[in-house]
Design a protein around this ligand. Structure first.
Ligand SMILES: [Zn+2]
Length: 465
């Protein structure tokens, strides 16, 4: 609600823009290719509708306040799925249904980590997703601090019987996340009894970041947890002084039997080529901390919002636009693979897939992976978003949920690109709550997805492969 005044500026600007453009001649270079012109008016309406209310933010608030976080296999995720079906139906979307997916059920249980030597200090921690637990009395051992896999290998002899702590400050997610995902097995190969990782995110206010680990097949499974940057720094200082550090880790983490879950689907059926499909979506599951507002409730709502707005404005594109709320992205990716398998016969008719899983902060445009010809078309469409400064097209579109389908059928892929400065501060933490999300920025995200999805679905000729 902080930037409510933004509406007053944005909407008259758009209206002016449209009126101005409609007065231009068809072939004016500054207005882009002739095929784009008919899309100026509907795009302005889509943007105006998205920015004309806080509907998306309000809907995300209902999801995150009344259901909360949504880990795979929990009743909360099932409630979210049923809620989404009911709300999509109420929006007037078509072909609303669920598609069954069996998902892993990892249970965190109680957990704690404390320094017991040289002085007792309780650390703020989160067990890593898919970790095994400790014996009930915990695992207590001396800590070995390392800063890279190379350093661990060089000190292999001192890792035996220790708790290995990977203290690697955050640079980018891609660079740093490997210590969370692969670190435990790397440490276990050298005989470590447990593994700690500095939270994968910029230093926050003593906030731990969870996230999945992947055990290698050739190493014992040892329990693993993330600790905060502040506690990591404390261990680091003591290690530098050659102080003996002993930590006790207790985790009840375990797997239970796979549970039934589902992807949620809703559509605006195409008026000319209903068998050709543009997919937009995010993942409805989340980690079991915070409320999964940014990761990825927001992505679900802004992609779904694209269809709600089209329906409300009675804009029915030539091809079908389908929203998919995928299940189990965080600790299994089974929603994405199930979608590919369930829809294998129609993947060739998927025109484009867009995923929003990078937050719903101020949008800057889209990432796109596809042919040069398709990129030219997408760049022209993006100019329709210049009024909200979301007109960039960068390389590398895609996402974990659409990935399996995109790779199998070489489908042009998009991701919603937003200001990424805040995402990793709250990603996978107890601080992933809706108060970090601005209603106007979120409305602009919905507008960006709506314009992209609508125009790609309506193009006179199918988007090039
Ligand atoms: Zn996510």
């Amino acid at each position: 609600m902080r930037r409510r005044a933004g509406f007053a500026i944005a909407i008259p600007f758009l209206v002016l823009n449209v009126t101005h453009l409609q007065a231009q001649s068809v072939h004016a270079d500054t207005n882009g290719p002739a095929w784009l012109l008919p899309y100026r008016e509907p795009s302005a309406r889509l943007i105006g509708e998205a920015l004309g209310s806080t509907f998306a933010w309000d809907r995300l608030a209902v999801l995150t306040d009344t259901i909360g976080h949504r880990l795979s296999g929990t009743p909360a995720l099932e409630r979210a799925i049923q809620w989404a079906v009911a709300e999509m139906t109420r929006d007037g979307l078509e072909n609303v249904h669920t598609e069954r997916v069996m998902v892993p059920r990892w249970v965190r249980g109680n957990e704690s980590a404390e320094i017991v030597e040289p002085a007792r200090h309780s650390m703020v921690m989160l067990g890593l997703g898919n970790s095994v637990g400790t014996p009930p009395e915990g695992v207590q051992a001396e800590v070995l601090v390392v800063h890279s896999f190379e350093e661990l290998d060089a000190q292999a002899a001192s890792a035996r019987g220790r708790i290995v702590f990977f203290n690697v400050p955050f640079t980018t997610y891609g660079e740093t996340v490997r210590f969370r995902s692969a670190g435990p097995s790397r440490a276990a190969r050298h005989g470590a009894v447990a593994s700690l990782v500095r939270s994968v995110g910029p230093a926050g206010l003593r906030t731990p970041h969870t996230g999945g680990l992947q055990y290698a097949g050739d190493a014992p499974k040892i329990p693993a947890a993330a600790i905060t940057a502040e506690d990591g720094d404390r261990l680091q200082r003591m290690a530098a002084r050659k102080t003996k550090i002993v930590v006790r880790l207790r985790m009840e983490a375990r797997f239970e039997a796979d549970a039934e879950s589902a992807n949620v689907i809703g559509e605006i059926r195409g008026r000319e080529f209903p068998d050709e499909i543009v997919v937009v979506g995010g993942h409805l599951d989340s980690w079991d901390v915070g409320t999964g507002a940014t990761d990825d409730g927001g992505g679900c709502i802004v992609t779904w919002e694209a269809l709600r707005i089209m329906k409300k404005l009675n804009l029915r594109p030539r091809r079908t636009v389908r929203v998919v709320l995928f299940t189990n992205e965080e600790n299994g990716g089974r929603g994405g693979t199930a979608y590919r398998d369930t829809h294998r016969d129609e993947l060739a008719k998927h025109v484009m897939m867009l995923e929003s899983d990078g937050g719903v902060f101020r949008p800057v445009g889209v990432g796109f992976t596809g042919s040069d010809a398709a990129r030219d078309t997408v760049k022209a469409i993006a100019t329709l978003l210049s009024g909200i400064a979301a007109d960039q097209v960068s390389p590398g579109g895609g996402g974990a949920d659409i990935g399996p389908s995109v790779q199998e059928a070489h489908i042009p892929a998009m991701s919603l690109d937003v200001d990424g400065s805040k995402y990793f501060l709250i990603h996978h933490t107890p601080a992933d709550t809706i108060d970090k999300i601005d209603p106007v920025e979120m409305a602009k995200c919905a507008a960006t997805v709506a314009v992209m999805a609508f125009v790609v679905a309506d193009l006179p000729q199918r988007l090039a492969r």
